[in-house]
Write a protein that binds this ligand. Sequence first.
Ligand SMILES: *Cc1c(COP(=O)(O)O)cnc(C)c1O
Length: 377
Amino acid sequence: MIQLPYSTQFIEENDIAAVVEVLQSSHLTQGAKVQEFEEAIAEYVGARYCVTFNSATSALLGAYAVAGISENDEIITTPISFVATSNMAIALGAKPVFCDIKMDGNIDETLIESLITDQTKAIVPVDFAGKPVAIETIKEIAKKHQLLVIEDASHALGSDINHKKIGSYSDMTIFSFHAIKPITTGEGGAVVTDNEAFAQQLRLFRSHGIVKKQLWNSDMVSLGHNYRLTEFAAALGLSQLHKLDRFINIREHLGRYYDERFKNQPFFSTIAISHREQSARHLYPILLAPELHCAKEEIFTELQECGLGVQVHYKPIYQNSFYKERFGEQRLPNTELFYKSELSIPCHQKMTIADAEYVAETVSKVLERFAHRGCSI
Ligand SMILES: *Cc1c(COP(=O)(O)O)cnc(C)c1O
């Protein structure tokens, strides 16, 4: 039977060859390949500096740390994200203040200003599914209140607004190279920035806070970690980066097919990407009509049984028990509605249009049946 995950890696022969070449060389830990990968990422997104990490999670921790985020500070962020976005601020003693979202899954920029306090240090938006947030407006708010914008663009490598890439807007932007993200290094991440001081501190944070001096002499100048990427991971990343535009074209093609195929049907809606934007199309979310919300678990199970690896992005972060215990119960209206509605259906670069036809056919059939049954409550 056909099995289509919502997203997956795409590794080809030349990716494997690039990794093997490094494995057979004399140097496996951070070196020339990592530097080459960083320069290529910086150039691709249009930022001056790129500092890679062994995950986007450690990259987020690094970005928050060099931004000076610490005890009693606050960041304003979205609850519709992977937990790492806010977890890493908490790891430094800060408090995440959750802002409600719009029905495209992105932070509602019109609500941010009302959440700013004397403790606020940064605004941390997430480009949900790859669709760019209203970054220009967010930057204006940040400028007015002297806050940093730290953008979690884990879904959005290759996304742009008017051909200006995500990664070239914020004070710092984080990308993920986890297996199923737009490109992969297995595990990996990066911070891009135009700020030289941030880049320097990020490099120290990533590698023990040590600066090399002459001969054997080095000096540890700040507390650092080992969050480095390997050379073979960087080789895979470089090889994948050359394919990113091709991957996005395929996902865009599938996304447009879905957009067209799903318009004018009453059981669910899709998220429009405007003509001035490019989404990396990391996810293809659909939003179930209200009469289907009560059947979401059954719908999910049935689609899985049909071979569609659907997923829900995301359970609101504040609904996790750690957050409830530490910060109390919270309910944001659009976030709750989005969580009840959202399903991510298969959309990745290994799929053909024939696969997408099967997905569309199956989703339409299953949802129509459940819609006719309706919710009893
Ligand atoms: C995947 C993801 C992360 C974490 O990335 P890792 O590389 O797995 O650490 C953080 N934020 C968002 C929005 C993500 O999707």
